[in-house]
Design a protein. Structure first.
Length: 380
């Protein structure tokens, strides 16, 4: 895993700020950023980065073929199979060792392949659907392997990447101060708050008795502080170097239900699931049912989406339970909201949502559900 207290990350950050800020040519900025991303991979993986660069070259060439009608279906299917196969190697080290590709599994872990795979899906789908032409090699590198996002995990939509990659970059004093504030906030969260919370209070949920219940709550708080710290730092670096970086968190622990929680927690993953899993499944079911039972179609799509989301996080019983808990919470919230809408009407529903006691109860129940889900992963 990429550690933010490691020297290579900050060396490349400093080089990126120094080299990219004066550049006004979009083409030269794109090329220079690709060189910086590849340099970071070289510092991270050393000689093994040669194999990864070769893999990116292959992806780039295959995407050029996807852009041609004659080869679109076959090459698109081939890339999809490779993405899934590498995901299995990444998530199941024993399989990688059995197949004699343990080194590949290590490289995939170091670059955060779980997130790279989703970016590959985004790019493949955009080219396959002809929403965008196949990217040049530098853009392929910059989208799949942005050095400041590899540790944090924001999953930038490919449409957003294409829309912003030609933006002019002229940072103001406010931009610099905002970036430094975000980076400082991330460092304090990661190396002060999360560190102290983990060292003083957490036992990996091995403590017995009532303390176990307290630790469940603190573990969720720790996870938020640690995870959002990476995203804060990525956002700050993105501002400094002029690279659009999605926001990933918006006070998720204050969400009143699971639907709102996933609008605030790991936002880029939520949007990816919505774009690439939930909506396609829901639309397929709606067409198959000729528009009947829309709530059932939505509920089914939610269930499938978050079970797959659990598998994406990790292959094991704990993550399957986590995905099932998220799916169940989302389904209950969706059905409950539908029932309230029918019984209370628009005005009554507005009064219900504005009730502070009901809001507080919703926040408490949502927090507890997420704490239980995280505990299931750790103990599973």
């Amino acid at each position: 895993m990429i550690e933010l207290n490691a020297l290579p990350f900050w060396i490349v950050c400093a080089a990126a700020v120094t080299l990219l800020v004066p550049v006004r040519s979009i083409a030269f900025r794109t090329l220079l950023l690709a060189c910086l991303n590849l340099t970071f991979l070289g510092l991270l993986l050393r000689w093994q980065s040669i194999g990864l660069v070769g893999a990116i070259v292959v992806v780039y060439l295959l995407l050029q073929l996807v852009d041609r009608p004659r080869y679109r279906a076959a090459i698109g299917a081939l890339i999809a199979i490779v993405i899934v196969a590498l995901f299995v190697v990444h998530k199941l080290p024993r399989v990688a060792t059995h197949l004699g590709v343990a080194g590949v599994g290590r490289i995939l872990a170091l670059v955060g392949y779980s997130y790279v795979a989703l970016r590959m899906v985004e790019m493949l789908r955009a080219v396959f659907e002809r929403r965008h032409p196949a990217p040049d090699f530098a853009s392929t590198v910059n989208y799949l392997l942005p050095f400041h996002m590899l540790a944090a995990g924001p999953i930038q939509a490919y449409d957003d990447f294409v829309r912003h990659k030609s933006d002019q970059f002229e940072p103001t004093a406010y931009d610099v101060l905002l970036a430094l504030e975000r980076i400082s906030s991330g460092l304090v969260k990661k190396f002060v708050l999360a560190y102290l919370l983990q060292r003083v209070f957490l036992t990996n949920l091995e403590a017995p008795g009532p303390y176990f219940l307290l630790e469940m709550q603190l573990t969720l708080v720790w996870l938020y502080l640690d995870f959002s710290a990476y995203s804060d730092i990525a956002s700050g670096v993105g501002i400094l170097i002029g690279v659009s970086t999605p926001e990933n968190f918006n006070r998720p622990l204050l969400a009143r239900n699971v639907i709102e929680f996933w609008e605030r927690w790991h936002i880029s993953l939520s949007l990816f699931i919505r774009r690439n899993v939930f909506i396609p499944i829901q639309m397929f079911l709606m067409r198959r049912n000729e528009g009947r039972a829309p709530l059932l179609s939505a509920v089914t799509a939610i269930g499938i989406s978050f079970v797959l989301c659990g598998v994406w996080h990790g292959i094991g019983y704990g993550f399957l339970i986590w995905g099932a808990v998220q799916a169940g919470g989302l389904i209950v919230a969706r059905v409950y909201g539908h029932v309230l809408q029918r019984r209370l009407g628009r005005a009554g529903l507005k009064r219900y949502l504005e009730n502070p006691w009901l809001h507080a109860a919703g926040v408490f129940l949502t927090f507890e559900l997420q704490a239980v889900a995280v505990a299931a992963v750790i103990r599973g």
